[in-house]
Design a protein around this ligand. Structure first.
Ligand SMILES: C[S@@+](CC[C@H](N)C(=O)[O-])C[C@H]1O[C@@H](n2cnc3c(N)ncnc32)[C@H](O)[C@@H]1O
Length: 237
């Protein structure tokens, strides 16, 4: 990516709109990222349209343009947390499978992916990053087999205008007792998306234990921590 486009991306991420009117309708990396940051939970059509437009260039934008770091960081947390490399893992909101790819790099071999964008899932599948692909909406009942995953891993899904904490009980239901949800939550949605309160309710009810919560960068060039890195363990019923 050329240096000008790169600085444009960073500006968008910092909330500075640098685009000229003539470029507003193009699928430039800056425009796609600005659309991602402008998403609202009540407009799923807009989310689906964004990821359909972005699927084929998403990896390039995130890796080369933005030095996206959370997939590597979450994969390392997963590797430290789970010794069995044949553990069954579900990448939640897997997109093109960047996290699944990093989990494979850590030696995990049984990784499925869940997302509600068919074009993003198609890239993840085509690139061989996930085995089974589940086309599901996290804001609706998941209709999946209970207690069949040892680990749920997720990056970039609990963020602006995507998914709120209401999905957490449904996700925990997919885990075996003692299984872990290892994920990022963007700082901006910790309160707004109900993650703080939602996790507190689950721990108060004895359904889960928060094993760790660390503030850290989501992108290499963030000036300060932008997200929470969580390890949540499901307790037996
Ligand atoms: C920023 S991308 C992150 C993709 C990938 N996890 C990564 O880190 O590169 C967010 C993903 O969440 C998915 N997503 C957004 N809302 C969703 C929902 N309600 N249900 C399932 N997936 C959703 C999008 O389709 C998109 O693939």
């Amino acid at each position: 990516m050329d240096p000008e486009a790169f600085s444009g991306l960073c500006s968008v991420k910092r909330g500075v709109q640098t685009m000229g009117k003539d470029r507003e309708t193009e699928n430039t990396p800056e425009r796609l990222l600005a659309r991602a940051y402008a998403l609202r939970n009540d407009n799923p059509e807009e989310t689906l349209k964004l990821y359909a437009d972005w699927a084929e260039t998403y990896d390039h934008t995130m890796i080369d343009g933005l030095a996206y770091r959370s997939p590597r960081r979450i994969a390392a947390l997963a590797a430290a947390s789970e010794s069995r490399r044949d553990a069954r893992v579900l990448d939640v909101g897997c997109g093109t499978g960047l996290l699944a790819d990093c989990l494979r790099g850590e030696g995990f071999s049984r990784i499925d992916g869940l997302d509600y964008s068919a074009p993003m899932l198609a890239v993840a599948k085509r690139e061989g990053r996930i085995e089974e692909a589940f086309l599901r909406d996290l804001n609706a009942p998941l209709a999946m087999e209970a207690e069949c995953y040892d680990m749920l891993a997720s990056t970039g899904t609990f963020t602006h205008g995507h998914v709120g904490a209401e999905c957490l009980p449904g996700l925990l239901a997919l885990l075996v007792p003692g299984g872990r949800l290892i994920c990022t939550v963007h700082h901006d949605v910790w309160d707004e998306g109900g993650f703080g309160a939602g996790l507190q309710a689950l721990t108060d009810a004895g359904a889960a234990v928060l094993r760790s919560r660390e503030a850290d960068l989501l992108f290499e060039d963030d000036d300060e921590p932008t997200g929470w890195y969580l390890v949540v363990e499901k307790r037996p019923a």
